[in-house]
Write a protein that binds this ligand. Structure first.
Ligand code: AMP
Ligand code: TRP
Length: 334
């Protein structure tokens, strides 16, 4: 069985983009893969964060994963700071990655904005840690949303350079394959079809949070930006209509159908009708997850026990691989 690894930052309640682009696919992949899923708290501190809320945000993210259907047995669910192998391999990878490669990362450019000289060095080297997360397990498939594609290409460049520099080209680190699935691999903001839905958007109206109640979901969808035309009857008609494409993609992903099937039903109808159907579908799919999250969060000791067990099983897989990488680099062993 191929090994899957993926991570999500514990920086607040996950939103519909996280769910449709990533978490939902993580759930499905459990059927035929060995899966390792990680709340990446080391990545979360690359930007300003509140130390008083990080631990609880980590539990909340884990509760969201469990409530969505991730099964901590046989899958592994843990938080990154509990397994030091990630950091040992990340340091080696920081010494393998070239500054020129990091300079090309669009996520860094977006997050740093105009204030490049004043962001943390960790934000800059973030992709080396991400490569270490995956390759410490020799994982070969990584389910993510479309925005992470460039980071995965870089992870392969790092793994291959390590193999070339320290293993005479032998494939010690395997090539990894992005798994980017479904009609909603990039969910856009409800307020602006050109921006991706994001936890860091200052407007809460721009996203659906997994814990939003039914009234909030209905209101956010009713206010979502659209254009005045009715829906087209074929996907080609979504060209140049980013907001319409986004809402149709969300509907398609939730129903597990494609854009064309949605438009066969709603083509020619106005957004009033379609938004009503979309909010009903969202409420039906998301409210059981929110209820289960609340139930899990009422019992933090159980979440912590799952994380302790997950960290132990993760470390047992990663430690021998990272020790071998350290041997290949040539550290003194005494
Ligand atoms: P993050 O919240 O940045 O840690 O992202 C966690 C996962 O959600 C990653 O696999 C992302 O690619 C995915 N993701 C984040 N935002 C979106 C979005 N707007 N649409 C689809 N996937 C997303
Ligand atoms: N960078 C990813 C994001 O922001 C999160 C992440 C960290 C990740 N390590 C990973 C995703 C390893 C996949 C595999 O979404």
């Amino acid at each position: 069985m191929q090994r899957i690894f993926s991570g999500i930052q514990p920086t607040g309640i996950p939103h519909l983009g996280n769910y449709l682009g990533a978490i939902r696919n993580w759930v499905k992949l459990q059927d035929d893969h060995d899966c390792i899923y990680c709340a990446v708290d080391l990545h979360a501190i690359t930007v300003a964060h509140d130390p008083k809320t990080l631990a609880q945000a980590t539990r909340e993210m884990v509760a969201a994963l469990l409530a969505s259907g991730i099964d901590p047995q046989p899958s592994i669910v843990f938080h990154q700071s509990a397994v030091t192998a990630h950091l040992r391999l990340a340091w080696i990878f920081e010494c393998v990655v070239r500054i020129g490669w990091l300079n090309r990362m669009t996520q860094f450019k977006d997050k740093a904005g105009k204030d490049r000289e004043n962001v943390s060095a960790g934000l800059y080297t973030y992709p080396a840690l991400m490569a270490a997360d995956i390759l410490a397990y020799h994982a070969t498939r990584v389910p993510v949303g479309d925005d992470q594609r460039q980071h995965l290409e870089l992870a392969n460049d790092i793994g291959q350079k390590f193999n070339f520099d320290f293993c005479g080209g032998e494939p010690f680190f395997p090539l990894i394959e992005p798994v980017i699935l479904g009609p909603a691999a990039r969910v856009m903001s409800l307020r602006d079809g050109a921006k991706k839905m994001s936890k860091s958007d200052p407007s809460d109206q721009s996203r659906i949070n997994l814990t939003d109640d039914a009234d909030t979901i209905v209101l956010k969808i009713r206010r979502a930006k659209t254009d005045p035309q009715p829906l087209p009857s074929e996907p080609a008609g979504l060209e140049g209509r980013p907001e319409a494409r986004n809402l149709v993609g969300i509907y398609a992903a939730l129903e597990d159908i494609d854009h064309a099937a949605v438009l066969r039903e709603y083509g020619g109808r106005g957004f009033g009708d379609f938004k009503g159907a979309l909010s009903a579908l969202l409420v039906a799919k998301l409210s059981p997850i929110a209820d289960e999250m609340r139930r899990l969060l009422a019992d933090p000791a159980t979440i912590d026990a799952i994380l302790r067990d997950g960290a132990q099983r993760a470390a047992a897989l990663a430690d021998p691989i990272v020790q071998q990488a350290e041997r290949l680099v040539g550290y003194l062993r005494v």
